[in-house]
Design a protein around this ligand. Structure first.
Ligand SMILES: *Cc1c(COP(=O)(O)O)cnc(C)c1O
Length: 457
């Protein structure tokens, strides 16, 4: 101990103790609260007016800074884990996962290399292996938790291109091509832009499903230029699952990399209600699924899994003199499997939660959402003023209010949030506006959804 510390920020003192207690108390209250309102965004000018400048030479002190967060900034953020948050893809982290996220920060864990993080890398890998076996992938499959599905898709597609380069040797196509459905997630297009490669969009059938016939044509047309075929197992808009079994069967005739974008939907493979819909995933060369969507982990985490992790490593290992001790070793370093270097072990909250509750609890929680989506669809069909756009495949329900224009949906949605009843933003399909429930929160009830339907009378 020294009585002349260089700064107040790192030493353990009474001031530090108070600060840590204050922040942990807040975290405890927020984690255990059952009545956190939905809240709503605010104008930047309003936030400036309320909070004033918060960065100064002297600092505000922790009590004041936390009060500004709690009373001004936090209420200007929509509560994404609220049971009536039904837009985009909601978040519904388990209490164990949320609590353990604090531990990840408190322990300054480094998840990039085996040398520095062996214990946590082991734990993350156990989760990845478990997911891989649920998806029917071989025991040798492995990967890494990255920030989100966008980075997961990009990292997988870069690895796929490296594998194709290795296969082709010195020959190169004029332009590389990614084959995917016209309904593929925007992040696939974004990956193609970053990689400066072309997309060959294959039209879907009338239900939005990518079928093998179109993929076959694309493979015949583009040949060796194809980096990968991307199939989506659970589109964000509808939860539609491509014909993965049919597409995977093309591997008998063509040698191509099959990537499954399951950011939202692949989690449903854990549920006996939906597992059969994912036949063919076991032949994938890479898959992604976002624990921050339907595996009840906090933001932000995407599990990226390669059938043969050596492909990921070949594409992504960074080489630098200061990293030599790491790159020259055979140990498993997560940084080698995606576009990243420094990383927090963001798979640990999921590990702790899975270890705590067991897999069956996860299966049940996912089944709950699938079940609820079916129930509310039946209710929608009963109401003459509503029209179900499609039967739900997983837990996304899309429906129209007969006679409403876009402005009507907008006004209705604004009012729902204003009255703090629900957060449901309008969506659209084939140029027609609609309403969409994305259900992943196990606390969302049938009555919650019926209450919302009642506001559309
Ligand atoms: C959400 C989503 C993504 C993107 O994932 P992020 O974690 O938001 O980057 C990609 N594909 C599908 C199908 C998604 O639902």
């Amino acid at each position: 101990m020294t009585d002349t510390p260089h700064d107040r920020m790192h030493v353990v003192s009474d001031e530090t103790r108070n600060l840590v207690n204050l922040v942990l108390d807040y975290s405890r209250r927020r984690t255990l609260a059952v009545d956190t309102p939905l809240d709503h965004p605010m104008k930047d000018s309003e936030l400036t007016r309320l909070a004033g400048p918060t960065i100064s030479e002297e600092g505000l002190g922790s009590a004041r800074a936390l009060a500004i967060f709690e009373h001004i900034f936090a209420p200007a953020c929509i509560t994404t884990d609220h049971p009536k948050y039904l837009s985009f893809i909601p978040s519904a982290p388990t209490k164990a996962a949320v609590a353990f996220d604090l531990v990840v920060s408190a322990s300054a864990l480094y998840g990039g290399s085996w040398l520095e993080g062996a214990g946590v890398v082991h734990a993350e890998n156990e989760v990845l292996s478990w997911l891989a076996s649920e998806f029917g992938l071989p025991k040798t499959a492995g990967g890494v938790f990255v920030q989100g599905g966008t980075i997961g898709n990009l990292s997988a597609l870069v690895a796929a291109r490296e594998a194709q380069k290795a296969k082709l040797g010195d020959t190169r196509p004029g332009r590389w091509v990614i084959v995917c459905s016209a309904e593929a997630h925007s992040s696939v297009k974004s990956a193609a832009d970053v990689m400066d490669v072309d997309i060959a969009p294959v039209p879907t059938d009338e239900s939005g499903i990518l079928r093998p016939e179109g993929v076959r044509e694309a493979l015949e047309e583009h040949g060796d230029a194809v980096i990968a075929v991307v199939a989506t197992s659970g589109t964000t808009n509808f939860g539609t699952i491509d014909d993965i079994a049919g597409i995977a069967a093309l591997k008998d005739d063509f040698d191509f990399w099959l990537h499954i974008d399951g950011a939202y939907g692949l989690a449903a493979m854990l549920s006996p209600l939906a597992k059969h819909k994912f036949a063919g995933v076991e032949r994938a060369d890479s898959v992604i699924v976002d624990p921050h969507k339907w595996l009840f982990a906090p933001f932000d985490a995407c599990a990226l899994i390669y059938r043969d992790p050596r492909n990921g490593r070949r594409a992504h290992t960074q080489k630098a003199e200061y990293l030599d001790t790491l790159t020259e070793s055979d140990e498993w370093s997560p940084s080698d499997y995606a576009i990243q270097l420094t990383r927090r072990p963001r798979g640990l909250p999921l590990w702790f939660s899975l270890a705590t509750y067991g897999a069956q609890t996860y299966r049940d929680a996912i089944s709950h959402s699938i079940d609820l989506a079916r129930q509310i669809s039946t209710e929608i069909k009963k109401r003459p003023n509503l029209r179900l756009v499609r039967d739900p495949e997983l837990s996304v329900v899309v429906f129209e209010r007969v006679g409403w224009e876009r402005e009507d949906y907008d006004a209705w949605s604004d009012k729902l949030l204003e009255e703090q009843r629900a957060f449901v933003v309008p969506s659209s399909h084939d140029g027609r506006p609609n309403a969409r429930f994305a259900i992943v929160n196990p606390l969302t009830t049938f009555d919650d959804l019926v209450d919302i339907l009642d506001t559309m009378e």
